[in-house]
Design a protein around this ligand. Structure first.
Ligand SMILES: NC(=O)c1ccc[n+]([C@@H]2O[C@H](COP(=O)([O-])OP(=O)(O)OC[C@H]3O[C@@H](n4cnc5c(N)ncnc54)[C@H](OP(=O)(O)O)[C@@H]3O)[C@@H](O)[C@H]2O)c1
Length: 271
């Protein structure tokens, strides 16, 4: 029997984590969302009544709301938590196909997007981890996972000319460093911290893409094929979460995995 807290379970990979983990009725699964009523409704209609699912409301940029959620979880579990999966993210769509040098006419837009990405994907997640750490330290498994992205791999960016999504990639790379810092501080107390990229997953199909988005997607698909000739397209949330959970289950502080940044295959193969 294990307890999990997953952020961003309203849709996409977060909902898939919630579904797969709560399929085992021995697990207790807490899902953090911004719109609790909408997620409660979705859970009920797609998963049915599940007594082991608890949906809690908090925007991860709202420190007090996240703290309240941790207090609530502690009350239900007797003060402990086994797994924290920091999945929620701001994936900017602000000219996401443009390169970092293409904003000279809109510097304020670039600045806002950098700060929004940093605020949610880094500051929000660092507060989240700090607020839940007392529970994790009392848990049995003691695993904290940040869902990252191969787009934050500096060697991959440089070698394969990955120009798109700069504020997002920069914020995720910063979070990779934050997770390594947490690991440096808490590995001695048995807490595993890990950054895992979920692969390219079809969670958000483009509706009515702009010309810039179409061009950006075509360029990136070509780059991805250069990088991974076997790559045929995005995987499903089910496939991705299966892979990610297998990496989480195998990883340990003892094996030297603490603070590392790996793919859904458990290595540096991002696609
Ligand atoms: N899909 C991919 O191909 C891919 C590839 C690499 C990495 N990833 C990573 O995988 C994770 C999940 O991606 P996804 O594709 O499932 O994303 P998604 O469908 O866009 O879902 C994002 C989730 O994050 C939540 N969220 C956003 N801002 C939030 C905030 N301030 N406070 C609380 N929740 C917030 C959203 O809640 P609302 O419903 O309230 O907006 C939503 O539940 C992310 O960390 C992403 O960076 C995804």
């Amino acid at each position: 029997m294990a307890s999990y807290l997953v952020t961003g379970v309203s849709r996409g990979l977060g909902f898939e984590f919630l579904k797969q983990l709560s399929n085992n009725s021995d697990n207790t699964v807490f899902g953090l969302v911004r719109d609790k009523a909408a997620t409660d409704k979705k859970v009920k209609s797609e998963l049915g009544e599940r007594a082991n699912v608890h949906i809690l409301a908090a925007d991860i940029t709202n420190y007090d709301a996240v703290k309240k959620s941790a207090d609530h979880v502690a009350k239900v579990t007797g003060g402990k938590l086994d797994y924290l999966i920091a999945n929620a993210a701001y994936q900017s769509e602000v000219r996401a196909s443009a390169g970092i040098g293409d904003f000279t006419d809109q510097p304020e837009l670039l600045e806002k997007d950098l700060l929004d990405s940093f605020n949610i994907n880094v500051v929000g997640n660092i507060h989240l981890i700090n607020l839940y750490l007392p529970l994790i330290l009392k848990g049995t498994t003691k695993k904290v996972i940040a869902i990252s992205t191969g787009m934050a791999d500096i060697d991959f960016i440089a070698k394969f000319g990955v120009t798109i999504g700069s504020p997002y990639a920069i914020s995720k790379a910063a979070m990779n460093a934050a997770v390594a810092k947490f690991s440096a501080q808490y590995a001695g107390q048995g807490v595993l911290f890990l950054n895992i990229s979920p692969g390219l997953v079809n969670t958000r199909p483009f509706d009515n893409p702009t010309e810039e988005q179409k061009q950006g997607a075509a360029i990136m698909l070509a780059r991805f094929r250069d990088y991974a000739p076997h790559f045929t397209g995005p995987i499903t949330p089910t496939e991705s979460v299966n892979h990610v959970m297998s990496v989480i289950n195998k990883a340990s502080v003892e094996n030297g995995d603490g603070g590392s940044f790996v793919s859904h295959f458990g290595n540096k193969q991002w696609l």
